[in-house]
Write a protein that binds this ligand. Structure first.
Ligand code: GRF
Length: 191
């Protein structure tokens, strides 16, 4: 069995889709959900799937090996970032080389980098009058939002779309594609 851990800071609708997809999967399982927010709805979603959770604060994440120890306890092979907003420390990237995947709610390199997250991305897309946006699934390396792209898919932005409407379209793309891309990536990497 290959074990994955999901890091998420918020609602966790992507985490939910991932846990659904890998529930009873023959070779991949979600073993742990980690969050920097004790009241993040993603923790309840994990509990519904009987997936253990781990909450940490900034100090533990950046100044202690606690999170890495937790990952080691659960023998985690791959890490999925699904709406996790903190920069991953170098030590964690080095422990999981090319084994951390992230989803970004835009067509990188557009609307990436520090401060570009959540509704800020969709507001910028509407502001710029872009005719399309989409999602990027990519590996994490030492540079913010600059790891290798594994997958992109776009959707149209209509002239009267609000940022909220764009967010809905982008979320639908994320839910439809992220679990399958994670599966393909792990299958290829484990060969
Ligand atoms: C998603 O749009 C993802 O692209 C971004 O954060 C959002 C998380 O949404 N990184 P949810 O918590 O999975 O609903």
């Amino acid at each position: 069995m290959t074990s994955i851990a999901i890091f998420a800071s918020g609602s966790g609708s992507n985490a939910q889709k991932i846990m659904e997809y890998f529930d009873n999967h023959p070779s991949i399982q979600v073993k742990l959900v980690l969050s920097n927010k004790a009241d993040a709805p993603v923790l309840l979603r994990a509990a519904n799937f009987m997936v253990p959770t781990y909450v940490f604060d900034r100090k533990a994440f950046y100044e202690t090996p606690q999170v890495q120890e937790e990952l080691a306890n659960y023998k985690i092979d791959y890490i999925v970032l699904a709406g996790f907003l903190w920069l991953i420390p170098l030590s964690l990237i080095q422990s999981y080389p090319d084994k951390i995947i992230n989803i970004h709610p835009a067509l990188l390199p557009k609307y990436g980098g520090k401060g570009m997250y959540g509704m800020k991305v969709h507001e910028a897309v509407v502001q710029a009058k872009d005719i399309e946006t989409g999602i990027t699934i990519h590996l994490i390396n030492e540079e913010y939002d600059k790891g290798e792209h594994l997958f992109q898919i776009s959707c149209a932005v209509e002239i009267d779309d609000t940022p909220e409407r764009v967010a809905e379209k982008v979320h639908a793309l994320e839910h439809a594609h992220f679990p399958r891309i994670i599966e393909d990536w792990i299958n290829k990497a484990s060969k």
